[in-house]
Design a protein. Structure first.
Length: 237
């Protein structure tokens, strides 16, 4: 069974959704036969590499509210994150452009280290408040995942793996992805948003049963109502 996951490393629901999928897999009896592949999606391709603004100031300008209101808006997301064991640090979070992070993840995939790097990038951004657009930070994450430092540096100092990132984004457009996280199971079922663990588990069981009954493939269908997502315009704070 194959699960493709479109996500961005600055999307809070992508990290929450990842944890809920992982919980579902822990409860799925055929988990050893499931392959998870992470796909690139940039929520803001035009985002600046560096900013002096806090996350609250950025959200304040984006949604036309006060900084205090922006702080309150993130409280619910932080509370959701805690339910899956994540402690988001919105106070220190550093917003940045994620293209280089996605390119590094594609490099990691070519070395069989994509899962490690995907987790480390999300943790670095949401919990450790690291600058995941900074090449030194990205190189450090690559080394921690067991990748060669010189190779990682060469990738980051070029446009290597950008075509792979663009291919993921093109496929997302083709299948109608409008927000992330977005999960596709065996090109058959789509799950939009950070759904409850039970939604993932039910979808896994249904696809497994249908595949093993050798049912004909159906058009991509939704496995549930849309959960919390981030789109190009906003996150469901």
């Amino acid at each position: 069974m194959k699960i493709e996951v479109w996500s961005d490393y600055v999307c809070p629901f992508c990290y929450i959704g990842k944890r809920r999928l992982e919980s579902a897999l822990e409860n799925f009896s055929h988990r050893d036969e499931v392959e998870v592949k992470f796909k690139s999606y940039e929520l803001d391709p035009h985002a600046s590499h560096d900013t002096n603004e806090s996350m609250y100031e950025i959200l304040s300008k984006k949604y036309g509210m006060s900084v205090e209101e922006a702080k309150k808006m993130t409280d619910g997301v932080a509370a959701q994150a805690k339910t899956v064991g994540l402690d988001f640090d919105f106070d220190q979070m550093i917003r940045t452009n994620t293209l280089d992070a996605h390119r590094l993840a594609k490099f990691a995939e070519s070395k069989g280290k994509d899962k490690e790097v995907a987790e480390d990038l999300l943790k670095a951004y949401f919990i450790e408040a690291k600058h995941i657009g900074d090449h030194e930070t990205l190189k450090e994450l690559a080394i921690n995942a067991g990748l060669d430092a010189n190779e990682a540096k060469e990738v980051l100092n070029s446009n290597a793996f950008e075509e792979e990132v663009r291919a993921d984004e093109a496929k997302a457009k083709d299948i109608g992805v409008q927000g992330v996280p977005f999960f596709v199971i065996n090109d058959k079922y789509a799950i939009s948003g950070a759904q409850p663990m039970e939604t993932f588990l039910n979808a896994l069981q249904k696809v497994w049963e249908e595949e093993n009954e050798k049912s004909p493939l159906k058009p991509l269908t939704s496995a549930g109502d849309q959960g919390a997502t981030c789109t190009d315009d906003r996150c469901d704070y």
